[in-house]
Design a protein around this ligand. Structure first.
Ligand code: BGC
Length: 448
């Protein structure tokens, strides 16, 4: 990763200091020291950014951001806490804030933004929003997400689509297959692949990865309204509903088409299985696209992407956002400059192309996107009727509720003795309990 540290010092470019040293060694050294001091103070602005992007594709996206910062003479101090979907990073962030050692910037997504803003922990950047015309520039749901009680408290990076199915093009063309639109078609393909000795679906047993799959299955078996009944409003009745039991059944059916290892695999390892032809399909957020591209696979050549069966009309999404932590005011100007930089059209195009997500702007340059991103942006920009906030990726509800639901889905998947009815009862009980607590009432509604 390139950082500001790698910028050449001006005196080495011009050569004037070197000439001065040769002419009058003592004065020259003084000039040199002076120039170094000037340079250090010019680069003195630095921001530590806490995030969880550690895969090759994610690191390339980080490099886009840090290089852009370096051009503005701001140094990116890397605060990587490796953890798929950010579970560990959020814990570290919380403990650093409690210890009075908060970073200046942090990746904080979805519902957490308003929770942290309510605690007074985030910098309000209203003057940035006004000067930069954010309301006009950003897609409406993104603009609503980055505000809390009418104040701008986060800067958006990109929108991911989590109901994405990736498939290995070589395998699909070898067996004359086309991307499935329905679960029936998916099963026909999966059976054919199994007969040929190919693993149909790459899948890890890591809880958040399993729940990312279940998220999209639930949407496919119901509708955006039902999904929100269950995961945003956590209405107990939704968990006892037939649509919920159908989704659990589908999850168990899909297990037949996976080869599960005893160890939990990272999503990057799963993406590699797909890339190397050790599995034919993978269901995951489109950060996988960034990873496949980083491995050298070209979209529509090495792999294809489509919506998860029976979810083609919907965009199950999560938005990556950076918040500026409110500390003393000494770095406010730098934090605000950074926030404004993030929504510039050029940065949005470059960053999202590498990350696999789509621009948060209303008028991005569609010609710079590949077919997957273009389809994702066109759908998402249709607005709230097609947008469904992902539970697992923090767009639907608070952490406690999310983690409790994910744990039950994981238990159901791992233990074949656990019945659908028992899982529904357990989830219904959790929902009943949560709706009586504060956590249960903090649900985010994308139309808020
Ligand atoms: C984040 C992505 C990230 C992915 C995998 C998601 O929750 O939104 O930016 O690439 O987790 O760690």
């Amino acid at each position: 990763m390139q950082t500001a540290k790698k910028i050449l010092l001006p005196y080495t470019e011009s050569g004037t200091a070197m000439a001065a040293i040769r002419r009058q060694p003592q004065r020259g050294v003084l000039v040199l020291i002076l120039l170094i001091l000037v340079h250090i103070s010019a680069c003195a602005e630095s921001l530590q950014v806490l995030h969880w992007w550690r895969s090759t594709g994610e690191q390339k996206a980080v490099a886009v951001l840090s290089n852009r910062m370096a051009q503005e003479n701001i140094q990116w101090r890397d605060g990587l806490v490796p953890s798929g979907s950010g579970i560990g990073a959020n814990i570290v962030l919380k403990s650093r804030v409690l210890a009075g050692n908060a970073p200046e910037v942090a990746q904080l997504n979805g519902v957490l933004i308003s929770e942290w803003a309510d605690l007074g922990l985030l910098l309000e950047m209203d003057s940035v929003a006004v000067a930069g015309k954010w309301e006009k520039l950003l897609l409406p749901s993104v603009w609503s997400l980055v505000q809390s009680h009418g104040h701008l408290v986060a800067a958006p990076l990109g929108v991911h689509r989590t109901n994405t199915l990736f498939y290995n093009k070589k395998i699909f063309s070898k067996y004359d297959l086309s991307a499935p639109n329905t679960w029936e078609e998916f099963e026909q393909i999966a059976k054919k692949l199994q007969q040929a000795g190919i693993v149909p679906l790459a899948q890890s047993t890591e809880p958040w990865q399993l729940a990312t799959l279940f998220d999209t299955i639930l949407l496919s078996e119901s509708s955006p309204a039902f999904y929100q009944e269950a995961f945003v409003r956590k209405e107990p009745a939704a968990f006892y509903d037939q649509r919920f039991s159908r989704a659990l059944k589908r999850l168990r059916t899909l297990k037949k088409y996976m080869v599960l290892s005893a160890q939990e695999r990272t999503w990057m390892e799963m993406a590699r299985q797909l890339a190397e032809g050790n599995a034919a399909m993978m269901i995951m957020g489109d950060w996988v696209k960034g990873e496949l591209n980083a491995m050298g696979l070209v979209t529509d050549v090495g792999f294809g992407c489509t919506a998860v069966p029976e979810t083609g009309n919907y965009h199950l999404y999560n938005v990556d956002t950076l918040v500026m932590l409110a500390k003393d005011n000494s770095l406010r100007a730098t934090q605000e400059k950074f926030a404004q930089m993030l929504i510039s059209p050029a940065l949005q195009a470059e960053y999202n192309q590498v990350k696999g997500s789509i621009s948060v702007l209303r008028n991005p340059d569609l010609s710079k996107m590949d077919s997957c991103s273009r389809a994702s942006w066109k759908l998402f920009s249709r607005g709230s009727s097609v947008q469904v906030p992902s539970l697992v990726h923090r767009m639907a509800t608070d952490e406690i509720s999310k983690d409790a639901i994910i744990a039950e889905i994981h238990r159901f998947f791992m233990d074949d003795q656990m019945t659908i009815g028992e899982t529904q009862r357990r989830l219904g009980a959790i929902a009943r309990y949560l709706s009586k607590t504060k956590a249960g009432n903090d649900a985010q509604d994308i139309n808020r």
